[in-house]
Design a protein around this ligand. Structure first.
Ligand code: FAD
Length: 359
């Protein structure tokens, strides 16, 4: 019987465990997650209809559960200089990260996966002899990627803008909304989208110079939030902005690191999800990549083939998809990095430029 250890109970680790159990119920799988079961960062994530279709083919039960908790919307709205421009036909769906994880945790448990919460894995190497496969689904700041960095050869590109991932109970249920506000310290903008009946994601982003002018680095989260609430007051109708990154001391602002590893495996350790590669949030594909890579890894390691062949086939298939998405993401990120160049355009032109930014 194969024994697998998964480090990290995010979307990638949990969905991988589910996908292996569906193919090989006798495999023993343990997922170790350092957080508690319902203690997570982030608000809602976006998934496309295409991803949902892939999830349905892989596991109709969890896909159906995810579908019943989705918020759907079709429009994109741009708020700029007091005007609102709306375009239709975009087709997105959003789900709360907490909700998604709880669906995946329940499904994994039902299939017999051993889920262990509140335990921090210090080093993947400590598990390499006791397990046939160690899957490092330990996220953006993967400790495993650092431990074997000579094999994985990660390339990290820290992008220029600063952002903070907030939520609000103000409704943005009619459109995926972009709001650009000019302040005396520079431009600052928000990406807002509904993900359940009561809550919307509200990501605030700005250039380094605006960030420095507001001194966000020196402020704690509540002080930053108070400033953002004031800036976006016209769009919040008195609703608060909220953080659920209370475990982070000081500022929760970060610059997005674009990560891509040259090699995704080292002996019996394999990287999965954000640990192997990231896609910028402005094209909403990080969770999609994590879930679809989880299916691919499960498919490959449950076939009757040597482990290195399975890993290699997984890596080739997924790296191609990552490169395609990272290229679209790069165009989108660069658009936001250069956005101040476009903000004096006529609103129609600005909207066109925004909507076609990742092409
Ligand atoms: C602002 C923002 C907005 C986003 N919006 C979207 C979106 O709209 N759509 C989308 O698809 N994606 C979005 N993403 C990306 C998405 O959140 C990630 O791509 C996705 O969560 C990757 O899943 P993962 O399982 O690989 O990593 P994670 O979700 O980071 O999970 C990793 C898990 O491993 C655990 N862990 C780490 N180290 C250890 C350790 N040593 N021991 C035990 N456990 C450990 C962590 O606690 C965590 O639970 C967004 C990201 C950001 C930052």
């Amino acid at each position: 019987m194969t024994k697998i250890l998964v480090i990290g109970g995010g979307p990638a680790g949990l969905y991988f465990a589910i996908s292996v159990k569906l193919r090989e119920p006798q495999t023993e799988i343990t997922v170790i997650e350092r957080n508690k079961a319902n203690d997570t960062f982030g608000w809602g994530v976006v998934l496309s209809d295409e991803t949902l279709e892939n999830l349905t083919q892989n596991d109709p039960a969890s896909a159906a559960d995810i579908r019943t908790h989705f918020a759907y919307w079709d429009d994109i709205a741009l708020h700029h200089k007091g005007e609102k421009l709306v375009s239709s036909g975009h087709g997105f769906c959003g789900i709360g990260r907490k909700r998604l994880l709880s669906i995946l945790q329940n499904r994994a448990r039902d299939l017999g996966v051993d889920l262990q919460f509140g335990s921090d894995v210090a080093a993947a190497s400590s598990y390499m002899t006791d397990y046939d496969v160690v899957v490092a689904a330990d996220g953006l700041n993967s400790r495993t990627r650092t431990e074997f960095s000579e094999s994985f050869k990660p390339d990290t590109d820290l992008r220029a803008c600063q952002f903070v991932w907030l939520g609000t109970q103000q409704k943005f249920d009619d459109a995926f909304t972009f709001i650009f506000e000019k302040t005396d310290k520079g431009w600052i903008w928000a990406h807002a989208y509904q993900f359940d009946d009561d809550t919307a994601t509200f990501i605030v982003e700005c250039s380094q110079s605006t960030y420095d002018a507001f001194r966000f680095a020196d402020l704690n989260q509540q002080q930053s939030i108070a400033i953002c609430e004031e800036i976006f007051a016209d769009h919040l109708d008195g609703h608060a902005l909220m953080t659920n990154a209370n475990h982070i001391r000081g500022s929760a602002w970060i610059q997005f690191p674009r990560v891509l590893c040259e090699t995704w495996y080292h002996q019996n350790v394999v990287l999965l999800g954000d640990a192997s590669a990231t896609a910028h949030f402005s094209i909403g594909s990080g969770t999609k990549l994590a879930l679809e890579s989880a299916i691919s890894l499960a498919e490959n390691i449950t076939q009757d083939q040597p482990l290195d062949v399975a890993f290699d086939s997984y890596q080739s298939a997924r790296k191609l998809e990552v490169l395609r998405l990272q290229s679209a993401a790069r165009n989108s990120v660069e658009w936001f990095e250069d956005v101040e160049r476009y903000l004096d355009l006529d609103p129609m032109q600005l909207n066109y430029s925004l909507l076609t930014r990742s092409q």
